[in-house]
Design a protein around this ligand. Structure first.
Ligand code: NAP
Length: 261
């Protein structure tokens, strides 16, 4: 199947590693032109170099928790690529812990990182997406929005808000042909996931192997996902091949979520 992504222009935030990086690699392999972003310029440049043999890839450093950075990032990406068709709003995960360990500052930081970043990036992208013939937005959230994860009160709370935003935008922007979807990743082997498993091993006085086994058992497929398995679904949803899909909130979790809807 032709995903019709050749020469489409994509901006992916939080993409020097992990899920965002995997999406960038997969989009490049489909012939899209890609701009990746993250905060640390050195890591970002390394990531850009490692992708550069696959196609046209640019890199812009910036922190998506800073309002002016979101605007500058969009403007620079559009100038470099000559437009924008696809936007993936992604960043790092919030602090972990239970409700009573969180201060107002913790909540506010997580709100900036995992909620307002989506709002600001999408707002800044809309004038450019409106000029595209196949505009598509993908918000990266978490399975925690459907099935709260122990010790992750910030993620459990804020991701649900992003699903509300995603669904609302799909309704508000649908008549303009702008599709807005979200993927809710389950446990996927990235740096973030490794660090969560390390924390659990320390807290439970176990080993990484035991924590990996426990996490694998939590999904129907009895294993943890590879970032590419997330990326292939993301790229399909972003692509014109998914032209009648909008407002979708899709778990990519190996069947970890056991509810019906
Ligand atoms: N992996 C999983 O199992 C899983 C499951 C559910 C949900 N998620 C969520 O999916 C998202 C991506 O996960 P991941 O596993 O790929 O995380 P990751 O391995 O920690 O990668 C996060 C990426 O975002 C960048 N980033 C972090 N803060 C940023 C900021 N303020 N501005 C711009 N870039 C920023 C990081 O680079 P810099 O540090 O250089 O900025 C890095 O490139 C996270 O929100 C995570 O919580 C992940």
């Amino acid at each position: 199947m032709d995903l019709k992504l050749k020469n489409k222009k994509a901006l992916i935030t939080g993409a020097s590693r992990g899920l965002g990086y995997a999406v960038a690699r997969c989009l490049l392999s489909e012939g899209a032109s890609v701009t990746i972003n993250s905060r640390e310029a050195v890591n970002l440049e390394e990531a850009r170099n490692s992708l550069s043999h696959q196609g046209k890839v640019g890199a812009i450093a910036g922190d998506v928790t800073i309002p002016t950075s979101c605007i500058a990032l969009l403007e620079e990406a559009v100038e470099r690529m000559g437009g924008l068709d696809l936007l993936v709003t992604n960043s790092g995960g919030p602090k972990t812990g239970r409700f009573e360990t969180m201060s107002d500052d913790d909540w506010l930081q997580a709100f900036q990182l995992n909620f307002l970043s989506h709002v600001r990036l999408i707002r800044a992208a809309l004038p450019y997406l409106r000029q595209s013939d196949a505009p598509s937005i993908l918000t990266v959230t978490s399975i925690s929005a459907k099935q709260p994860i122990p010790d992750m009160v910030l993620s459990n709370s804020l991701r649900a808000g992003v699903l509300g935003l995603t669904k609302t935008l799909s309704q508000e922007l649908g008549s303009e042909g702008i599709r807005v979807n979200s993927i809710l990743p389950g446990f996927t082997l990235t740096d973030r996931a490794m660090s969560l498993l390390r924390d659990r091993a320390q807290k439970n006085n176990t080993s990484m192997d035991i924590e990996i086994h426990k996490q694998s058992e939590a999904s129907a497929l009895k294993r943890i996902a590879a970032p590419e398995e997330f990326a292939r679904v993301a790229v399909f949803l972003l692509s014109p091949a998914a032209s009648y899909l909008t407002g979708l909130m899709l778990p990519v979790d190996g069947g970890a979520y056991t509810g019906l809807i």
